[in-house]
Design a protein around this ligand. Sequence first.
Ligand SMILES: Nc1nc2c(c(=O)[nH]1)N[C@H]1C(S)=C(S)[C@@H](COP(=O)(O)OP(=O)(O)OC[C@H]3O[C@@H](n4cnc5c(=O)[nH]c(N)nc54)[C@H](O)[C@@H]3O)O[C@H]1N2
Ligand SMILES: Nc1nc2c(c(=O)[nH]1)N[C@H]1C(S)=C(S)[C@@H](COP(=O)(O)OP(=O)(O)OC[C@H]3O[C@@H](n4cnc5c(=O)[nH]c(N)nc54)[C@H](O)[C@@H]3O)O[C@H]1N2
Ligand code: SF4
Ligand SMILES: [Mo]
Length: 674
Amino acid sequence: MIFDKEILKTTCPRDCYDACGISVIKRKGRVTKIVGDPDHYVSRGALCGKCALAYNGIFLDPKARLTQPLKRIGAKGEGRFAPVSWDEAIGGIATRLKEIIGTGPATRIVHAHYTGTCAVIAGNFPLRFFYRLGAQEVEPDTVCNMAGHVALGYVIGSSAIGFDPRTAKDSSCILVWGANPSASAPHAHKHWLKETPAKVIVVDPVRHPTAEAADLHLQPFPGTDAALAFAMMHVLTRDGRIDRAFIDKATIGWNELEPRLEHYTPSWGEAMTGVPAAQIEAAAKLYGAGPSLLWLGQALQRQQKGGNIIRAVSLLPAITGNYAKPGAGLLYLNGKKRKGVDMGYVTGASLNTGVPTFSQMDLAARLEDKAKSAAFFCWNINPAASSPEQKRLHNALKREDLLNVVVDIFPTDTTDFADYVLPAASFLEHDDLVSGYFNMSFSAQAKVMEPMGETLPNQEIFRRLALAMGYSEAELYESDDAIIANVMRQVGIKGSFDEFKAKGTVFPTAEPVIQFADFKFPTPSGKIEIASAQAEKDGFSRVPEPSVDDRPKDGQLRLLTPASPWLMNDSYANDAKIAKQLGSASVTLNPKDAAARGLKRGDRVRLSNRTGSLDLILAVDDVVPEGAALSYKGRWPKLEGGSRLNVNALNPGLKSDMGESTCVHGVEVTIERV
Ligand SMILES: Nc1nc2c(c(=O)[nH]1)N[C@H]1C(S)=C(S)[C@@H](COP(=O)(O)OP(=O)(O)OC[C@H]3O[C@@H](n4cnc5c(=O)[nH]c(N)nc54)[C@H](O)[C@@H]3O)O[C@H]1N2
Ligand SMILES: Nc1nc2c(c(=O)[nH]1)N[C@H]1C(S)=C(S)[C@@H](COP(=O)(O)OP(=O)(O)OC[C@H]3O[C@@H](n4cnc5c(=O)[nH]c(N)nc54)[C@H](O)[C@@H]3O)O[C@H]1N2
Ligand code: SF4
Ligand SMILES: [Mo]
């Protein structure tokens, strides 16, 4: 501390690839500025634009935050509440839960949670309570990336064992497929992709800034990526760029794939995907030279055949031997388990009575069904903004007899429907641990200020609820200090938590981890399964198919609603400075599609389909390909004027081929002037 100035390290726990190190500047004991940690290998002194504003804006603003427990006094959806004490809120909720359990199955208590905070404790500890309760969980990944998890399970046995990004120093090619790091991983875009000696290829329908900066950009029509992968595999095989020794040693099923590849020429690929044959050749050549990294974006599988797409694309490293050596590998995510964290312990798996989860695509239907839902808890999630079938869901949330409890740090659209709103402390207000899902690092989250108002960390809220329910299991009351010490031990971090906080971030291994160095793949055969008997048993093809989605018909356009550079999922729209950056909600069309509809920039246009309609301002830009429309996710419905809806009003909640997962980039709409 220099005079009255103090600088503390902590870590951003948002649902973001980067997991930035943060410097919190305090003067006279008060937080005055939150910036990127200059010593941190990712943030290097600068947070992303959105967090730089939000952490110095709404996070520190008691008027923007929820600061007291609230009980509803208005109609559901109105957002009118009276403050109550914690005892009254917790007592009232426990009484209702006991009534529900006393009169029928506990599975009528439904809970949804996701990515508000991805910290180890605040993001997982509440599961212990819900397992003990016997409640039914909305499978969180079904709104995000479940199809990819299932698909990679078939091929390499796990979706959570990725390459170590540090290995990029030894790569000759990085293939970014279906991700937009310039928005969703801003520091990977700004530093990692710029500093690698590798050539960068981006495969994305949209020419976003990462694609713009790439050595090669392929623009397939959405949902056609499996065909593109097959055409690339054709070229690799034709040109002898496959690694037969690796295929023999580490894979099964090549004999079933190889004879089929002959048909899928680059010109066939061009016809199926819209990517010029010469670009398919060029991409195969660059990737085939190796060592190469393949980054599978989460967007890639948000399609009707998203699981098949991931299976098909993930064959590229298998047939070219791009595993088990420096500079090679595939990444979807690097899970917490990969760093040594025992997630069964953290989530209290011992209390899990095995209630099946259900898909978030079915949430609205479930909440309409009185026989199947009597209470709904939301924590770390804002489904009134992020979930499909938005209008139907909002109506279901108005059910008078549904006990609705929402834990959040801000008054969102979802809290507006609550009977009880429980105010959570933010990540700045309690100790925790953060394991980013891109890099192999592990970080400390430090309490840098007192909880605002009466807020409590998620975990403390659920400890209090457990007590009010009369539960006696020790797991429900384990302290943060004890969990932190246990998890640090699991990860292999020596010393005290105070010492860890002073460092901020550590790498459990000094050298880049070589992915699958031991050639052990956690599949049934122990090898990469190009052909999967398990997939076949589950009703899928043994070998991935070169299939594509039909192009939209009757003047419809494919609506893509990816991550916005200014929003964090469905967070931050309530920050005034961010709202200014965002401007009005808009949709971008290719100039040809705009002209064909007689539309021009600035027009007010209506997007419609069978699920709903939404009015937006038109932007026109050839970064968007013909046949597609681009509008970012994450705006707050209640801040959108009269409609009180966002893009999820148009999302029918269809399920992709695997994992009952979202196909949110497979939505089709018509667009006309209002
Ligand atoms: N149209 C469309 N919809 C999508 C997507 C898309 O691409 N297009 N993407 C989908 C994807 S990938 C995802 S992951 C989901 C994400 O959807 P959500 O999980 O709903 O979104 P988040 O904004 O990450 O977090 C939800 C809430 O957590 C709160 N929160 C933050 N910190 C804390 C805390 O410490 N405690 C508590 N209790 N709450 C906290 C935030 O204020 C926020 O309201 O959205 C999905 N929806
Ligand atoms: N700033 C910011 N960062 C975020 C988030 C955020 O909301 N804002 N959300 C976080 C979360 S929860 C997630 S899951 C990740 C998601 O991050 P990403 O994996 O990057 O996914 P998206 O943002 O959905 O979409 C990325 C790109 O995929 C493209 N795409 C859509 N359909 C297809 C297709 O069929 N084929 C191909 N090849 N490309 C396609 C879109 O055009 C878009 O440019 O980002 C995380 N980071
Ligand atoms: S959201 Fe991502 S880029 Fe922004 S500060 Fe957090 S970790 Fe860094
Ligand atoms: Mo996500």
